[in-house]
Design a protein around this ligand. Structure first.
Ligand code: DAH
Length: 340
């Protein structure tokens, strides 16, 4: 029986060396120490021993059991430590690995320039007003002294929702909406989207952006308009910039003008940017027509005003030397990220 006990312990020694995980060690525990295990079998057979042999063998069985328990316990401990070491290794952060690059977006050039324009006029005391893009024919044409059948409507052919409602073709609508709500003095700008049924090409889009300006007060003159636009042009394009007024016609201003700035690339000598003209047209402007003031309940005998409207894409394109307007709407990141 003693030999049998020693053989069991020796067998355990060789088996335990091969165990590599918790399941393996648990199987060994059951095999050697469990109810149906080898030691239990020996304990059961002790009844056949003599009264002298029994306590001696009992002591030996207990010693072997304790030794086996200790060996299994020690192996468990080793396995736990190996597991922890492996986990630490697996979860370690390799600080030398290259970082994953997060690309930051950038502001769209139209949004950036719009904000720049706004800031220039806010600095001169203007408020920023807003108006709807889906608009009544009344605000887009009628109240701007452009009744049905007026030839100026053709040039701004837009998208009609029905005979009275359309997508606005100009931000000038906000002039009327502002004057209806607010008594002079009025000093507002209003940037936003406008629509025209134009086919897409390098300089046209059925949707583009404009910024309107309106000043109404007592004693406002063309001199105020000129001074305001000159300061605007110098702030945006540089101190040496000059402006030029060319007579023009808009139904809602009288007199009306188209306004050019001296080319900021060549200073007026003529280059590819200004198409050898020396001047770049940037906006339309004029003194608010008495009919428009009257229609909004403002007495043209008491008040006068000036207005102007500019295309934002045009300014963006000139400023950054962009020759194809479509680039502004394609949202190709290779194009957009240049404006970071
Ligand atoms: N609304 C005009 C257009 O889209 C631009 C314009 C011209 C606006 C003269 C004005 C102005 O306020 O006074 O062509």
């Amino acid at each position: 029986m003693k030999e049998k006990l020693l053989a069991i312990e020796a067998a355990l020694d060789s088996e335990i060396a091969l165990v590599a995980d918790n399941e393996g060690i648990e199987a060994l525990r059951v095999k050697y120490l469990g109810k149906k295990g080898e030691l239990t079998a020996i304990l059961r057979s002790m009844g056949s021993l003599s009264a002298e042999e029994r306590p001696v063998m009992g002591k030996l069985v207990n010693e072997v059991r304790a030794s086996i328990e200790a060996k299994i316990g020690a192996k468990k401990e080793i396995l736990a430590q190996e597991g922890l070491a492996k986990k630490l290794l697996d979860e370690a952060i390799d600080v030398t690995a290259p970082a994953s690059i997060r690309t930051l977006g950038s502001r769209h050039p139209i949004a950036a320039v719009t904000e720049e324009l706004e800031n220039i006029f806010i600095g001169m005391g203007f408020d920023v007003a807003d108006g709807p893009e889906v608009e009544y024919d009344y605000y887009n044409f009628e109240a701007l002294n452009t009744p049905e059948g007026h030839p100026a409507r053709d040039a701004q052919d837009t998208f009609y929702i029905n005979s009275k409602v359309l997508l606005r073709s100009q931000t000038s609508t906000v002039q009327v909406r502002t004057m209806e709500k607010q008594k002079p003095p009025i000093r507002i700008i209003s940037p936003g989207r406008v629509y025209r049924s134009d086919a897409v090409d390098a300089t046209h889009s059925p949707m583009f952006h404009q910024m309107e300006g309106l000043v109404v007060d007592k004693g406002i003159t063309m001199g105020d308009l000129k001074g305001t636009l000159e300061l605007f042009a110098k702030t945006l394009f540089g101190e040496d910039t000059r402006i030029r007024f060319r007579p023009h016609h808009f139904p809602f201003t009288e007199p009306s003008a188209e306004v050019d700035i001296s080319c900021f690339m060549c200073g007026g000598k003529g280059c590819s940017l200004c198409k050898k003209e020396g001047w770049i047209e940037i906006l339309g402007a004029g003194m608010v027509h008495p009919n428009v003031l009257r229609g909004c309940g403002i007495d043209p005998e008491e008040y006068s005003g000036f207005a102007f409207g500019m295309g934002i894409e045009r300014i963006v394109m000139k400023k950054y030397g962009i020759t194809d307007m479509r680039l502004l709407y394609e949202n190709d990141v290779r194009f957009l990220k240049q404006f970071n």
